[in-house]
Write a protein that binds this ligand. Structure first.
Ligand SMILES: [Fe+2]
Length: 299
């Protein structure tokens, strides 16, 4: 079957300092603020109404990952499939007023996903700012105690397809309806999020992100490089709230929904550079160990 989810929707993050979080996303990534009040800040990099949402919290945490459904009927189908597979429905109220329909469910270990009809595409494509900005929120790589189980549950709930995995299910990459190699991924670690990824038009744009980090005496955590899975170019840095942020370009597409998962050997502690980074530089232990926890669901 085709996936019931077309692409990433939004990522909603709890942060201790709303203004600082929003300023950092604007200055480093080049996204812009769509709407802001004391309860939340909505940001977007394109015509979409909301991609990145910050809400006040006592600590940095991921609260909801939004996935854009292929249709309103697909939202109903996700609800039915969650019920059939024993996944808990947490809400059928959209988290944003601009969404017509949504269902929010939890994985068995507590990741929270909202599958929703598309937010309006009503913002001007060009806007003032640093001049370089992402094309889109691209994918989220979660941390999971059991990536194999996570993968099974996301397939059962949303029809996401397993594109690639490591031989021991240490990392799994899943694609949605837009054919990109991965929209949701999971790496073995306590329940949370490892990194949030933005697609840029070209590798050249990362230079501006890195130069902007320099201004505040901050460092790239890993990269530049080119991953094996997804074949994408990358750099990683921590945003002002501590979330690992990835900038990518040139993500592989898999056009055949029937293509079986590709299984790769990551090597001891991600030492197989042909999988991890085709250009050769391996990640630090700091990058490998990183995760930000998931919050209890709070609409
Ligand atoms: Fe990634």
């Amino acid at each position: 079957m085709r996936p019931l989810v077309q692409r990433m929707g939004h990522v909603t993050l709890g942060v201790t300092d709303l203004d600082r979080a929003a300023d950092d996303a604007v200055n480093m990534l080049g996204v812009r603020v769509i709407e802001s009040d004391e309860a939340r800040v909505l940001l977007s990099s394109n015509e979409r109404n909301a991609e990145l949402i910050f809400r006040p919290a006592a600590k940095s945490e991921i609260q909801i990952c939004g996935l854009e459904a292929v249709s309103g009927d697909a939202v109903d189908a996700v609800r039915s499939r969650c019920e059939a597979s024993g996944l808990k429905i947490l809400s059928d109220q959209p988290s944003l007023p601009c969404m017509e329909k949504a269902v929010t469910f939890g994985t068995s270990e507590g990741h929270v996903f909202e599958v929703h009809t598309p937010v309006p595409y009503d913002r001007p494509v060009r806007y003032l700012g640093s001049g370089i900005h992402p094309k889109s929120l691209d994918h989220v790589n979660f941390t999971s105690e059991d990536p194999e189980r996570f993968t099974d549950e996301m397939n059962a709930a949303c029809g996401l397809l397993l594109s690639q995995r490591t031989s021991g299910y240490e990392i799994c990459w899943m694609r949605a309806g837009n054919y990109r190699h991965h929209t949701v991924a999971a790496v073995k670690n306590p329940t949370g999020v490892h990194h949030i990824s933005w697609e840029f038009a070209s590798f050249q744009d990362f230079k501006t992100v890195a130069d902007s980090l320099c201004v505040e005496d901050r460092r790239i955590v890993w990269g530049p490089g080119r991953h094996g899975p997804g074949d994408n170019l990358f750099i990683y840095y921590r945003d002002a709230s501590g979330f690992m942020t990835e900038c990518i370009a040139e993500m592989e597409e898999i056009l055949d929904d029937g293509q079986p998962p590709n299984v790769v050997d990551p090597g001891e502690n991600l030492s197989n550079y042909k999988v991890v980074n085709q250009w050769g530089a391996l990640p630090s232990q700091d990058w490998i160990d990183h995760f930000t926890p998931y919050a209890e669901f709070n609409p």
